[in-house]
Write a protein of this length. Structure first.
Length: 282
């Protein structure tokens, strides 16, 4: 059975204020091969400004194209090293433009990106470096929003059909959102899990690893049945990064009871993936 997943461009509508892009009449799907990592991330080879290829993660949930400081220097898109997430949010990291970005049969010009050394990208790169080498970033919304995208998991191919949509400036939109959030400071926001998982997470101020630690696993729960253990370091839940406790709470809140979710983690430094199906809480 040839299983294909068509990705609706929901991010296009949400970020572009409801602008609906249309596939170009003469457009034919272009192929981009990928490898599926044990963490379920799609790994692709990318040529930037005629240099490479570099290995990046194709992430349909990423609002930015992110490249490491190493890649930025080698390709000439950045003359300085990248910073962390705090630098980005504080305005210390500027958006740059990639002259030419090529993935398989697909070539795009003037693509917006941010140069930063994202901790989770580094963690995934370190976890799979022996087999796949260095991973140098993420291909996200500013690239794939230009295309109608289909993921063929059996053939391990992305099929991209050009569209007439041009992404906006995400950094400017992010700055406006942060300013608006500051005006509403002090108003409580609560995120709760949709189902019962059966484990707790913890992260201290001194813990700078790009993951969260499993604090407790309760007997007779979905987490225990899946084999989760105290001390495991959770990297993603249902494909969403869990750099912080807040990230983890949002991730579990989006998984409905009865739906299986993959949890990628490291145990004693070794990567692994568990499938947990939360149940209705009580």
């Amino acid at each position: 059975m040839n299983f294909k997943l068509a990705i609706a461009s929901l991010l296009t509508v949400a970020i572009a204020g409801g602008v609906q892009a249309q596939a170009l009449p003469e457009a034919k799907p272009l192929k981009v091969p990928f490898k599926l990592l044990p963490s379920r991330h799609m790994l692709i080879e990318v040529t930037i400004n005629d240099k490479g290829p570099y290995k990046l993660i194709f992430d349909t949930g990423a609002p930015l194209n992110i490249v490491t400081s190493r890649l930025g220097k080698e390709t000439g898109i950045s003359k300085r090293g990248g910073g962390g997430i705090a630098a980005l949010l504080s305005g210390g990291m500027n958006q740059v433009e990639i002259g030419t970005m090529q993935l398989g049969d697909v070539t795009a010009k003037k693509v917006a990106a941010v140069v930063m050394d994202h901790p989770t990208v580094k963690a995934i790169s370190d976890a799979f470096a022996e087999e796949h080498g260095t991973i140098d970033g993420i291909v996200g919304f500013p690239f794939f929003a230009r295309f109608a995208t289909t993921v063929d998991y059996q053939k391990k191919e992305l099929l991209l059909s050009p569209r007439d949509y041009k992404p906006g400036n995400y950094i400017e939109d992010l700055t406006k959102s942060l300013s608006a959030a500051g005006e509403n400071a002090g108003q409580a926001k609560v995120v709760g899990p949709a189902g019962l998982w059966g484990f707790t997470l913890a992260k201290t101020k001194a813990d700078d690893e790009p993951s969260v630690a499993v604090g407790e696993v309760y007997e007779g729960t979905p987490a225990a049945a899946a084999g989760l253990k105290v001390g495991d370091r959770v990297l993603t839940i249902d494909g969403r990064w869990t750099d912080t406790l807040g990230d983890a709470h949002v991730a579990v809140s989006l998984v409905k009871p009865g739906r299986k979710a993959d949890v990628t983690l490291t145990r004693d430094g070794k990567p692994m993936t568990l499938s947990i199906t939360p149940v209705v809480g009580y």
